[in-house]
Design a protein around this ligand. Sequence first.
Ligand code: CO8
Length: 258
Amino acid sequence: MAYTTIQTKTEGRVGVITLDRPKALNALCDALTAELTEALAGFEADDAIGCVVLTGSAKAFAAGADIKELQEKDFISLYRHDPFEKTWESVARFRKPIIAAVSGYALGGGCEIAMMCDFIIASETARFGQPEINLGVMPGAGGTQRLPRAVGKAKAMDMCLTGRMMGAEEAERAGLVSRVVPVDELMDVVMEAAQTIASKSLPIAMMTKEAVNMAFEMGLSEGVRFERRVFQSQFATEDQSEGMAAFADKRAPHFRHR
Ligand code: CO8
């Protein structure tokens, strides 16, 4: 598939999607969001893919929704035919593990898309922000909900109300990103993490992701009950038998369900 605003490739069992509108700092225009949705659907359906990496350039992961397109929209058109809804859902509801590799700007919808991924690995140059308030709007793709869950109310309010950016070091301290690495090592570190995840049993990794996400949807006792039931059900899989037999035999597991 020839895309014009993104690039895709596979390395082993990892699918990589690179946002590629360098002149607009990877602003999320309608064409890019449509291509991103399509690429994600392709990797979701492909049994040979066990993990996906979403990244941008060294200068920008994504500088947000495309403001030049956004300024043409009105309430009724957004309400009736929100062009972003399908894309946001395709990232947020992606069932396989997905890692955001962030360098440079991750602003507005860019920060929100990164937060929809399972975790973010950032380079030292990463800058996160929800600057929508400078445009006379507020975050509209989960920023007011996912940011406080990631960094707490004080920092989320600070960022959403002042529009200030948060550097990589502060983002790691606050819990927004899992690791910060030098910019020229970012993709090596992310690909190593992705290949590790992709080497596990895919259904078990998907259930693990689903259970962790339930921590943000359910109370503790319901969440623990959900976890227990899923854990118990994993004993009906060949991969559980293989994983535990391999440990006992002191050999690497060969997971069959990928
Ligand atoms: N949209 C469109 N074009 C952009 C965007 C953007 N978000 N960001 C940068 N660009 C373009 C610039 O217009 C410029 O293009 P040109 O060369 O043709 O003038 C080019 O990219 C380079 O940008 P700058 O010259 O501004 O580069 P700087 O290095 O000086 O500045 C910044 C970089 C700080 C990132 C600056 O470009 C900036 O502030 N960008 C806007 C950031 C922003 O406000 N993002 C939030 C957008 S709104 C949003 O994301 C809402 C999402 C929720 C949608 C839900 C809908 C229902």
